[in-house]
Write a new protein. Structure first.
Length: 375
C-alpha cells in the first residue's frame, strides 16, 4: 500500500507542476489534479487503515485503487463540465430568470451522482480485497527439552540468599523460563521424595504459575533425595525427540534419602543422552550471619553427576551468582532456530460490495422516481 501512496503523490505533483508550466486546457488540468489529490487521499486512508489495524488487516490487491480515477473523474467532470454535457433549451427572456436554490434542487442535482460515486468507491475497495490477518506462531518441532529440579527441603529457607535460598531460586528459574520461549520445560520438586510438578510444556504461563505456587513442605522437607529426583526427570525425558535434553539440578545439600543412588541415576541419564547441570546454592561456611558452620553441599557428588552426563557443576554463594549461572546455562544451550508462523486471511469485502449495491440501487430509484429533472 505504501507504493500505491507514493505513486499517487507523484501523480499529484505531476498535475500541479503541469498547471504551472502550461496554461492550456485549464479545466482538464483541474480535473486531473483533483483526481490525483482524491486518489492520494484514498491511498493515505488505506495506508492508515493498515497501520492502525496493527498488521491485522491489509489489502491483497491495492493496485485496484487506481480504478478510483474513474468515479473521481466522473464526479469532477459532472461538476466542472456540467454545462457541456447537459442539454440546453433556450427560453425567451431567460436573462430575466432569477436563480433559485432549494434543498430539493440541491438533492436533485447532487444526491444521485454522489450516491453513484460512493457506490463505485466501495466497489473499488471491495476489488482491492481487504482481508483480516491472523498470525499464529507455530512452535518448533525440535528444540531443547529442559527439566528443572528444584530442592524444596527445609534448609532452602535459610537467608544467606535474599530473601532466602528458595525464593531466590524461584525468581532466577522464572527469568530463565522467560528467556526460552521456544523450548519445552518441565518442573520436578524434591526433598525426601521427588514429584513431577509440571510435565514438559510450551505453555510457559502455566509453568510459571506452577513454579510460583511451589512451597517448602510440598513434600517431606526433612531429607534430600537427589538420586530419586534425577530418576524422575530422566524417566520423563528419555522418550523425548528433542535435539538436546538437559536437566538443571538445584540443591543446597547432600543426598541423604531415596531408593536410587545418585551416580546410578546419573549414568542412566547419560545413557538416554540427557545432560545434567548441577547447581549448589549455599554460601561458604561462616561467610555471613546466616551461613552454616560447615559446607552443606557435596561438591564432589555434584561434580561427578555433571561429568558423567556431559554437563557442568556451578556453585552459587549468593543470589547474584545464581542469576549469572542460569545466564551461562542459557548461553550454553542456545536454541539456534526461530519459530515459524502461519498467516490466515479472512475476506471481508462482502459488506463493502453489499453497501455499494444498496447505494447504487438507491441512487437509481431516487433519480428515476423521486428526483426527476426537467430540462
Amino acid at each position: 500500500m505504501i507504493y500505491f501512496f507514493l505513486i499517487s503523490i507523484l501523480m499529484l505533483l505531476a498535475g500541479l507542476s503541469s498547471g504551472l508550466v502550461t496554461r492550456r486546457a485549464p479545466k482538464a488540468q483541474v480535473i486531473c489534479t483533483a483526481a490525483a489529490a482524491a486518489l492520494c487521499a484514498v491511498s493515505l486512508g488505506g495506508l492508515l487503515f493498515e497501520r492502525l489495524s496493527g498488521g491485522r488487516a491489509e489489502f491483497m490487491h491495492p493496485w485496484a485503487f487506481l480504478l478510483l480515477l474513474i468515479p473521481f473523474a466522473v464526479l469532477i467532470t459532472h461538476t466542472v463540465l456540467r454545462r457541456i454535457f447537459s442539454r440546453q433549451i433556450s427560453y425567451p427572456l431567460a436573462h430575466l430568470r432569477v436563480e433559485q436554490t432549494s434543498v430539493r434542487v440541491l438533492f436533485t442535482r447532487w444526491l444521485p451522482i454522489l450516491l453513484y460515486t460512493a457506490a463505485l468507491i466501495l466497489m473499488t475497495a471491495a476489488l482491492a480485497r481487504p482481508v483480516k490477518v491472523d498470525r499464529t506462531v507455530v512452535p518448533p518441532t525440535e528444540g531443547v527439552d529442559i527439566i528443572l529440579l528444584m530442592d524444596v527441603s527445609a534448609s532452602m529457607q535459610k537467608q544467606d540468599f535474599y530473601p532466602n535460598r528458595f525464593v531466590a531460586a524461584q525468581e532466577t528459574a522464572s527469568r530463565f523460563i522467560k528467556k526460552r520461549p521456544s523450548d519445552r520445560i518441565g518442573l520436578v520438586a524434591f526433598a525426601k521424595q521427588a514429584m513431577l510438578q509440571a510435565p514438559l510444556t510450551l505453555d510457559h504461563e502455566a509453568l510459571l504459575e506452577y513454579l510460583g505456587t511451589l512451597y517448602l513442605g510440598v513434600v517431606d522437607p526433612n531429607y534430600t533425595a537427589i538420586g530419586d529426583a534425577l530418576a524422575v526427570a530422566s524417566n520423563h525425558l528419555k522418550d523425548s525427540k528433542a535435539k538436546s535434553k538437559i536437566v538443571i539440578l538445584l540443591t543446597d545439600g547432600d543426598s541423604n534419602a531415596g531408593t536410587i543412588d545418585p551416580m546410578l541415576a546419573a549414568k542412566a541419564a547419560a545413557s538416554y543422552g540427557i545432560r545434567v547441570y548441577t547447581i549448589g546454592t549455599a554460601s561458604a561456611p561462616q561467610q555471613s550471619l546466616y551461613s552454616s558452620a560447615q559446607d552443606e553441599i557435596n561438591e564432589g557428588l555434584m561434580l561427578e553427576i555433571a561429568d558423567a552426563t556431559g554437563g557442568k557443576f556451578f556453585r552459587a554463594k549468593n543470589e547474584a551468582e545464581l542469576a549469572k549461572i542460569y545466564d551461562m546455562i542459557n548461553e550454553l544451550e542456545k536454541t539456534q532456530f526461530a519459530p515459524n508462523s502461519t498467516v490466515n486471511r479472512t475476506d471481508f469485502y462482502h459488506p463493502l460490495l453489499l453497501a455499494a449495491l444498496i447505494l447504487a440501487g438507491a441512487a437509481f430509484v431516487l433519480e428515476k422516481l423521486f428526483l426527476i429533472k426537467v430540462p
